[in-house]
Structure formats: structure tokens, C-alpha cells
Design a protein around this ligand. Structure first.
Ligand SMILES: *Cc1c(COP(=O)(O)O)cnc(C)c1O
Length: 404
């Protein structure tokens, strides 16, 4: 029994719908439960474990730093933070970086930065941010208001104002929403939670042009699709455009809490002392891990291999969809951010995949996400492909899934 009136069996707040799996350790793409059962992890902690579990370089970075210095606060200069900011800027559109600890914090900071930019330039009336139906930017009140998903705001009282949602990826509909109060546009180049929806190159280019035309800012939420997930360091690179502001988190920490706001110099310089802060943000431990993740993802051939593995995986998935049209109906996303459109309820399929020792994650529009670590090997992809085929059989003939 569960629900608000069930007897108290755990002192952890009941805010998550958890499976009863308990893991004791992780090694590469594999997790082992406390009972010794192995699962292939294609959830990656929801696009977090970029390099799988217990990657030697990350273990080395965190162990080395843990023996020296964990935290000092941003009252002082932090060389590890400078080093990570340098590396992020060398490899992106950005000139300035602010570090936080999570995706919601990065999205929230991005919203503040976009508004402050206009205020600092004498346009305090430009506060409205336009986002898109199906968006997800995190669980703070500001991030929830920005995404505009009423179900997530329900019961939490007044939400911050100054947010408008565009119902579809349609430039004319979007332009109709722009007025004198518009500060900018917020978008995930590939929506994650909303259903692995790739907004597409054309639309991103049109967005950039529209923002330039109206003198408003383009803010990208690459919390889920960034850091190599799509086969480029950042998803917007596929469209050959650059944003003015970008939020990242999830993959950059490789499993250690870390998020950041990246901006051009023109935008980021408005965030003068006193405007924003985060006690833990950019601590030496997190930044050492972030640098190790980035260094690895930027190694020669790493991203090309992500693209190759994605092509291989997607070819097999397309075949599986063809052969199991009673279970799946389509393929979405970009690179190793894979969405499967489901015919059956997606969580039933997630459960069947778990029964075949493959971990996946549900998403909106009745899709499920497969988010393998980016250093996934072909043999592990083959194991996943076989597990998906097994799960399709089990869904068709449930007796197959029962223990003998
Ligand atoms: C997960 C996610 C967030 C929120 O990140 P948290 O670390 O959970 O706060 C924000 N935006 C996108 C696109 C995400 O996928």
C-alpha cells in the first residue's frame, strides 16, 4: 500500500515512484544490485553518468582532490573552477561561466541572467520568457513556471510570472507572442522529459534569426542534451548556431552534482558582484570531476565514436520497431539520446526491459528513453538490442517472462 495515508515504512519523503531495485556498485555500463544481479544501465542516472560508473579518470580526479581540498566558498579564487571555465569556453560559444550544482539551478540562473541583461541595458520592462509546450527546466518555482506544465505547479501556490508558452515549434506562432516585454526564448534543442523531441536544425536557425531581429536573447537548456549526448559537445552545434546563454548540468558532472550557466561576454558581464550566488557552486571537488569529464569527451575520436555507436544502435532499433510494431512505433532524438515511441504504455515496456536486465527511463508522449553512457561499447549495445527483443517477446507472451 502506498499513498499519503499508508503506514510509514521509510523516512524518505514519498516524492518519487521508485522501483525496488537497490544497487551496490557500478562498473562501466553495468550496475550490480545488493543481491548480485547485473543490469545494463541505459538510464545513466537520467543522462548523468556520461562515462558510465567508476570511470578510472573520474575516480582519480575526485580521489586526488578529496585529499587536498573540498570546499572553500566563492569568497576566494578557485583555480579548479577557473580551469573548468577555461575549458568550457575554449570549446563553446561562451566567454563567461557561472557554476551551480544542478540543472534547475542552472535554468533558474539562466532566466535571471536573461532578465538582468535587459534591465542593465535600460530595458527593465523586458522580462517575459517564451518557452515551448513539452519543455522541462527543473523543479524550482521559476523553472516550473518557465516550463508551464500545470500538473507540476499544482498545489504549490502562486508561481512566478513573466512566462509564456508557445504551443508548437512554429515560427509564426512564436513571433506572434513576441512583444515589448519579451526578454528572450528558452528552449531545449532536444526535449528530454517531454518525450525526446528533437526541435531540429531548421527551427533552431529560425529561432536565432528571430532573436536577432527582435533584439531578444536565445537561452538554450542543454542540461540533458549537452556534453556529447547527441554526438557533438553541445546539441545546438548541429544547427551551426550559437545561443546567448546556455544552461548545462547532468552530464558535465559525470555523476557528481554540477551545473553551470554559460554566456557571451556581453550577457554575462551584467552579473556583477551581489547579483547572484551559490554556496557550493563551483567547489574544487565538482570542478575537478567536471574537467575530467570534459577532457575525456573532448579526446580525439570520442565524439566521432558516439556518432558511430548511435548510428549502429539506431539501425538495430529501427529494425526492432519494424519487427515489433505492436510494441514500438517510432524512433526519436539525436545521437545517444534515444527515444522510442511506444504503442503499449511506456512504463509497461520499461518494466519488461528491466525484466530483461536493461534499465531505461520513461518520458512524455508515451516514449521511453535509452541513454547509454557515451563510452558504450558495441558488445554492450548488442546486449541491449537482445534485451529489447526479449522484452518484446515477453510483452507478447507474458509466460515467457516468468521464472521456470
Ligand atoms: C533534468 C533537467 C533539468 C533539471 O535538472 P536537475 O538537476 O534535476 O535540477 C533541467 N532541464 C532539463 C532539460 C533537464 O533534463
Amino acid at each position: 500500500m502506498s499513498g499519503p495515508d499508508s503506514p510509514l515504512t521509510s523516512h524518505v519523503m514519498p516524492s518519487y515512484n521508485r522501483s525496488s531495485l537497490r544497487f551496490a556498485r557500478g562498473d562501466g555500463a553495468w550496475l550490480t544490485t545488493t543481491d548480485g544481479e547485473k543490469y545494463l544501465d541505459f538510464g545513466s542516472g537520467i543522462a548523468v553518468n556520461t562515462l558510465g560508473h567508476s570511470h578510472p579518470k573520474l575516480v582519480e580526479a575526485i580521489t586526488d582532490q578529496a585529499q587536498k581540498l573540498w570546499h572553500v566558498s566563492n569568497l576566494y579564487e578557485i583555480p579548479e573552477q577557473e580551469a573548468l571555465a577555461d575549458r568550457l569556453c575554449e570549446n563553446s560559444f561562451a566567454d563567461l561561466v557561472f557554476f551551480g550544482n544542478s540543472g534547475a539551478e542552472a535554468a533558474e540562473g539562466m532566466i535571471k541572467t536573461m532578465r538582468k541583461y535587459h534591465a542593465a541595458n535600460g530595458h527593465g520592462e523586458k522580462v517575459t520568457l517564451i518557452s515551448f509546450a513539452g519543455a522541462f527546466h527543473g523543479r524550482t518555482l521559476g523553472a516550473l513556471a518557465a516550463a508551464g506544465n500545470q500538473a507540476y505547479l499544482e498545489g504549490f501556490g502562486p508561481a512566478p510570472t513573466g512566462f509564456v508558452q508557445c504551443p508548437s515549434f512554429d515560427i509564426a506562432a512564436l513571433e506572434a507572442l513576441i512583444d515589448d516585454t519579451t526578454a528572450g526564448i528558452l528552449i531545449e534543442p532536444v526535449q528530454g522529459e517531454g518525450g525526446v523531441r528533437n526541435v531540429g536544425t531548421e527551427f533552431l536557425r529560425a529561432l536565432r534569426a528571430l532573436c536577432d531581429k527582435h533584439d531578444i536573447l536565445l537561452g538554450l537548456d542543454e542540461v540533458q542534451c549537452g556534453i556529447g549526448r547527441t554526438g557533438k559537445l553541445f546539441a545546438h552545434e548541429w544547427a551551426e548556431i550559437t545561443p546567448d546563454v546556455m544552461a548545462i548540468a547532468k552530464g558535465i558532472g559525470g555523476g557528481f552534482p554540477l551545473g553551470a550557466i554559460l554566456t557571451t561576454r556581453e550577457v554575462g558581464r551584467v552579473m556583477q558582484p551581489g547579483t547572484h550566488g551559490s554556496t557550493y557552486g563551483g567547489n574544487p571537488l565538482a570542478c575537478r570531476v567536471g574537467s575530467a569529464v570534459l577532457e575525456t569527451v573532448l579526446e580525439d575520436g570520442f565524439l566521432a565514436n558516439v556518432q558511430d555507436m548511435a548510428v549502429y544502435f539506431r539501425q538495430h532499433l529501427a529494425r526492432i520497431i519494424d519487427e515489433n510494431s505492436d510494441v514500438f512505433s517510432g524512433l526519436r532524438g539525436s545521437g545517444l539520446m534515444v527515444g522510442l515511441e511506444c504503442v503499449l504504455p511506456n512504463m509497461e515496456i520499461v518494466t519488461a526491459l528491466r525484466g530483461a536486465n536493461l534499465l531505461s527511463v520513461g518520458a512524455g508522449e508515451n516514449t521511453l528513453r535509452l541513454l547509454p553512457p557515451l563510452n558504450i561499447e558495441k558488445t554492450d549495445l548488442d546486449t541491449a538490442i537482445a534485451a529489447i527483443e526479449t522484452a518484446c517477446q515477453t510483452l507478447r507472451d507474458p509466460q515467457l517472462g516468468e521464472a521456470p
